[in-house]
Design a protein. Structure first.
Ligand code: KG4
Ligand code: ZN
Length: 351
């Protein structure tokens, strides 16, 4: 059988993405144009700035995705894009581009749910013989998401826990700044991880234990963790008053507490599943925060204790990208289940 080739666009938050993927799981190109530097000064995504950047960058993302794949747009069989959830104005840049390309070429088009695409990524990145089998759990941890999902089929997902306030990634960024970590090549969170890894056992022993918020609830709270760290540093007279040992201990204690919360919710989710006879065998961990090696090894240890396999898709495909959008659209294209060119966006779209 000939491969079905999809050109996909993603612009739900601050990355402008275009990718070409075929039905044999080949990622022919995967272009991500970041705009982190634009939002650094605002301390978050500024919608107008993000929309303008998407408008500026989307044509180049599309051009590069096709030329990296060595394809002409006529070789593409279908166009996919992120229909939601996300920032409306941002979504519309990818959606309008996708609709116009599809209409001009008279090709089928599919609008994709961004979270479903994240949850299905491991099915793209590992061969079927080594992919998680349904039902599986997905921990999605990034600057935009803190989610624990149950995936029961290509189209059925359930949110078992999400954050009540800010995302785990933002908490890492903020605590990184509180502890005056360098921006470095990978941002303050990655610098914080490295710094925490240098903490000596006695420095770890001396550091405070931060509380585990919402102990019994299916919700994360990372704003409360980051403000606890902030208050603690403040009570000691500010970060400049702390020697390197104390700061390393604090970095470690924060990181430990951040992962404790993930483990807590994972235990609760497993209980929830067991009570409903849902036989979970695998846990997928993805998102920008999943590049943290401490988090990976803690979750590996936890899951192997529960006879669960862990899956960590490559970081490049865990952070926002259009290859995952292409893959999430594939079963619909192959089943001839397309959307009309009039289909509206879903900025708020439950899973
Ligand atoms: O998925 P991602 O690249 O994009 C957005 O969500 O926008 O995730 C970025 C997040 C940032 O908030 C950053 O703090 C976090 O991933 N991150 C990390 C590490 N590297 C990036 N968090 C913890 N440890 C790291 N090494
Ligand atoms: Zn995302």
């Amino acid at each position: 059988r000939r491969a079905f080739t999809v050109l996909a666009l993603e612009s739900s938050a601050d990355d402008t993405c275009a990718a070409v993927v075929d039905s044999f799981r080949n990622i022919l190109s995967n272009v991500v144009i970041k705009q982190h530097d634009l939002h650094e000064t605002f301390g978050g995504i500024h919608p107008t700035v993000a929309i303008e950047a998407h408008q500026r960058n989307m044509p180049r993302a599309i051009r590069t995705a096709l030329s990296d794949a060595r394809l002409s747009v006529n070789d593409v069989d279908g166009i996919a894009y992120t229909r939601g959830p996300g920032i409306g104005g941002c979504l519309s840049v990818g959606s309008n581009a996708a609709k116009n390309i599809a209409a001009a070429l008279n090709k089928p088009m599919v609008g994709v749910h961004h979270m479903q695409a994240h949850a299905l990524t491991p099915l793209l990145t590992s061969p079927p013989s080594d992919s998680p089998e349904f039902p599986y759990l997905t921990i999605l941890v990034s600057g935009g998401h803190t989610l624990l999902l149950l995936a029961t089929s290509l189209t059925k997902f359930r949110i078992l826990a999400t954050t009540a306030d800010e995302s785990i990634g933002r908490a890492f960024d903020k605590v990184g700044r509180i502890l005056e970590m360098q921006w470095g090549t990978h941002g303050p969170a990655a610098s914080l991880e490295h710094f925490a890894s240098l903490a000596l056992p006695e420095e770890i022993a001396k550091a405070p234990t931060f509380p585990r918020p919402f102990w019994k609830k299916p919700a994360f709270s990372y704003a409360s963790l980051h403000s606890t760290v902030e208050r603690h540093v403040h009570s000691l007279g500010g970060v400049n008053n702390l020697d390197v040992s104390a700061r390393r201990g604090l970095a470690h204690a924060f990181q430990k507490s951040a992962v404790d919360q993930l483990e807590d919710k994972l235990s609760q989710a497993l209980l929830w599943c067991a009570n409903r006879s849902v036989d979970v065998r695998g846990v997928v961990v993805s998102g920008g925060v999943a590049s943290n090696q401490y988090l990976r090894s803690r979750l590996d240890i936890f899951c192997s204790g529960q006879s669960l396999r862990t899956f960590f898709p490559p970081v490049l495909l865990c952070t926002d990208n259009a290859a995952m959008i292409a893959w999430a659209s594939m079963h619909r294209f192959l089943g001839q289940d397309h959307d009309s060119y009039e289909i509206e966006l879903r900025p708020k779209w439950s899973i």
